[in-house]
Structures are given as structure tokens and as C-alpha cells.
Write a protein that binds this ligand. Structure first.
Ligand SMILES: *Cc1c(COP(=O)(O)O)cnc(C)c1O
Length: 220
């Protein structure tokens, strides 16, 4: 079972261009399955719950070359723990959260890598900066010295047609390029694409994809 999973994940990885980083989304996935993913070459895990990630990190302590990405909505009272547990926080969805993370990171001498979560369509189910909010926040984001603001992260609304998803991903790419050229933020990463749309995301210029189910099967 586990050997089969390893083969399945290896096969998936072989299909992905080498310049695209695969963040295996392991929420609800067992540590045994995560070890199979590691054996298949995965070195990036994405989790959306602090407690779950904490337990898994402890159990997978021996995998010292893994990079951990937080991809869920981060409540402000968990920000401190997130900084201690994660190398990347991909889901920074407000200026207030960014400022809090910056302060906490400074106190702990950490420099976490950050993606700003942007919302390119109105979506009541999703957090994130609107494009207007993002541009308005740029001066304050530029002032945050303890965060390495590296990229944009997008989650399309569910039920988009693939043509619309493609258009949204292209807009994300253009927005990233615009911010990179017009501000002091060194945005060079674009985190987009999950199990159903990773191929569209890669075509639109994703540098990180975040597949879950396509690697590990449906979550219970
Ligand atoms: C769950 C999740 C994923 C993975 O979704 P799948 O449909 O399992 O590929 C990717 N990104 C985020 C932010 C998620 O919450």
C-alpha cells in the first residue's frame, strides 16, 4: 500500500517541470503516507492547522531537509506558533497579520518567507487581499524588515470553468510581475494550482503548486 503510494507520487513528480516546486498538501494525511511522499522525493509539505503540523513535525523530526509551508487561515493568536513551526507562511491575508508576523519574527530572530494571499474574484468563502487592498498596503509591507515577502498565493473560487481559472491565474502572474517591477517587494514566487487545476496553473506560470488529493487520495 505504502510502496504503491510512493510509486504513485514519484510518477506525479516526474510529470511536473523541474522548475515548479511541489508543495504536497498533507492536511489529514498520516505521517506514514508523508514518509512515502518523502521517499518519492517530496521535500515540501503544506499544512493548514497549527496543532496538526506541530504533532507531525515532532514525529518527522528525522526528516531534516523538509520545508514546511503554512497554507491555512492563520488566527492572530496562533501567529507566534506558526513562526516557530513553518519556514513559509503562504496565506498572509491581511496587512494586520503581516505586521504581527513581522513583530513576532523580529522578537525571535526569524525571517519567515511569506506569500500574500490575494483574492482576484469576490469570494465570500475565502480570505485574502483584494487587488486594491494589496496596492494600498504596499508601503507598509515594504517596511516589514523581518519578513521575506516572496510571492503571491491564490485559491480560485470553486466551480470556475477551466477557461476562467486560466484567466485568473494569468492575472495573478501579471499582478506579481507588476508588484515586482513597481515596488521594493522581491516577489518571485507564484503559488497556485491544486489537484484539479495544477496543469492550468503551471501553464500560467506557477512556481509552486499545492496538490493534495491527487497525491494522497480523497480526504475523509
Ligand atoms: C487543501 C488545500 C490544497 C490542496 O487541495 P487538493 O484539492 O487536495 O489538491 C491546496 N491549497 C490550499 C490552500 C488548501 O487548503
Amino acid at each position: 500500500m505504502i510502496a504503491t503510494l510512493q510509486d504513485h507520487i514519484s510518477e506525479f513528480c516526474n510529470k511536473i517541470p523541474a522548475n515548479v516546486r511541489i508543495i504536497a498538501v498533507t492536511k489529514t494525511v498520516s505521517v506514514e503516507a508523508m514518509r512515502a511522499a518523502y521517499a518519492a522525493g517530496i521535500r515540501d509539505f503544506g499544512e493548514n492547522r497549527i496543532q496538526e503540523a506541530e504533532a507531525k513535525r515532532a514525529e518527522l523530526r528525522d526528516l531534516t531537509d523538509v520545508t514546511w509551508h503554512f497554507i491555512g487561515h492563520l488566527q492572530s493568536n496562533k501567529a507566534q506558533r506558526a513562526i516557530e513551526l513553518f519556514d513559509w507562511i503562504q496565506s498572509v491575508d491581511s496587512l494586520k497579520l503581516a505586521q504581527r508576523l513581522d513583530r513576532l519574527a523580529g522578537e525571535r530572530n526569524r525571517k519567515p518567507q511569506i506569500c500574500l494571499q490575494v483574492k482576484l474574484r469576490t469570494d465570500p468563502n475565502k480570505a485574502g487581499f483584494s487587488v486594491t487592498e494589496l496596492w494600498e498596503a504596499v508601503p507598509q509591507l515594504e517596511a516589514l524588515k523581518n519578513l521575506q515577502i516572496r510571492g503571491l498565493m491564490v485559491i480560485p473560487p470553486i466551480d470556475l470553468e477551466s477557461a476562467e481559472t486560466s484567466e485568473l491565474f494569468q492575472q495573478a502572474k501579471e499582478l506579481g510581475e507588476k508588484i515586482r517591477s513597481q515596488t521594493a517587494l522581491s516577489i518571485d514566487q507564484l503559488s497556485m494550482g491544486m489537484s484539479d487545476d495544477y496543469a492550468i496553473a503551471i501553464q500560467a506560470g506557477a512556481t509552486m503548486i499545492r496538490p493534495g488529493r491527487v497525491l494522497f487520495g480523497a480526504r475523509s
